[in-house]
Design a protein around this ligand. Structure first.
Ligand SMILES: Nc1ncnc2c1ncn2[C@@H]1O[C@H](COP(=O)(O)OP(=O)(O)OP(=O)(O)O)[C@@H](O)[C@H]1O
Length: 258
């Protein structure tokens, strides 16, 4: 029998005032996959991420993660669930007044009862895992490049050894080389840590390089899911324009050359 999905969303409805963002959205995420969530600007990719991790209360629908209902869980159960995933919001979203070390330690302080020495040792390991030099630990976010900030955000997202990481536009604002390096890091950490990765992106190169499946958001729902090859067969104007446009062709040429 197939393993149940690690994340399951059914009939999700989200609204801000009378603006409906999702209108009966369904999505399954399989354990161990990297799923790329794509869609036009404002289609609700980030809102979906926030709803799945319980930061936003939907108007209707069911969201389960690890088979547990995220919406109606009590405070203690939600806290326990939250330990099993890590989130990297756009631009790394580090606390600007804390050093990298303090940022990476923040989830440990909140969730675990560890000595300062153990926390520091763990933070150093996480920072090394994301490819940052040891001296980055004492730096403030403002002293880092955009790419390093994102790596620091990733280090914080894996601080508690999560099973799922949620990445919101991790390669936005990076140059193509930095973006490719970040993709390689994501793939490597998925492999070595056995992560499931829920990745919101606009980046066609990322989809080609590391995503096992893609979910396209449009018209308030998931319009299609499947591999890159399957996306090319979807008969929808946005999907056709996105996956067959000039940027898509460039990304494909780059993939074939690599
Ligand atoms: N807290 C909020 N209050 C009101 N409206 C919101 C809020 N958060 C998001 N929205 C609206 O919800 C819609 C979807 O936003 P979201 O950030 O999920 O889009 P997105 O698909 O991630 O877009 P982009 O690709 O541009 O980042 C937008 O119209 C946005 O203005």
């Amino acid at each position: 029998m197939a393993e149940p999905p690690i994340i399951s969303v059914r009939g999700l409805v989200t609204r801000f005032g009378n603006h409906t963002i999702h209108d009966g959205l369904d999505l399954d995420v399989r354990k161990g996959e990297i799923i790329g969530i794509v869609g036009g600007s404002g289609t609700g990719k980030s809102v979906l991420l926030r709803a799945v991790v319980g930061l936003l209360k939907p108007a209707a629908g069911q969201i389960t993660v690890f088979g547990e209902n995220v919406r109606d869980t009590g405070v203690a159960d939600y806290r326990r669930l939250r330990r099993r995933w890590g989130v990297m919001f756009q631009d790394g979203a580090l606390f600007s007044s804390l050093s990298v070390q303090q940022n990476v330690e923040a989830p440990m302080r909140e969730q675990l009862d560890l000595s300062p020495q153990t926390r520091a040792a763990l933070a150093a390991i996480k920072v090394r895992m994301v490819g940052l030099p040891e001296n980055a630990l004492q730096k403030m976010p403002s002293e880092l490049s955009g790419g390093m900030r994102k790596r620091a955000g990733f280090a914080r997202a894996i601080a508690l050894d999560p099973e799922i990481v949620f990445l919101d536009e991790p390669t936005a604002g990076l140059d193509p080389i930095g973006a490719a390096e970040f993709d390689a890091l994501t793939a490597q950490l998925r492999r070595t840590l056995g992560l499931t990765v829920f990745l919101v992106t606009h980046d066609l190169d990322t989809l080609h390089a590391i995503c096992d499946r893609i979910a396209v958001l449009a018209e308030g729902r998931v319009l299609a899911t499947g591999t890159m090859a399957q996306m090319l067969e979807v008969d929808h104007p946005w999907v056709q324009a996105y996956f067959k446009g000039p940027r898509a062709r460039a990304a494909l040429i780059q993939k074939e050359a690599s």
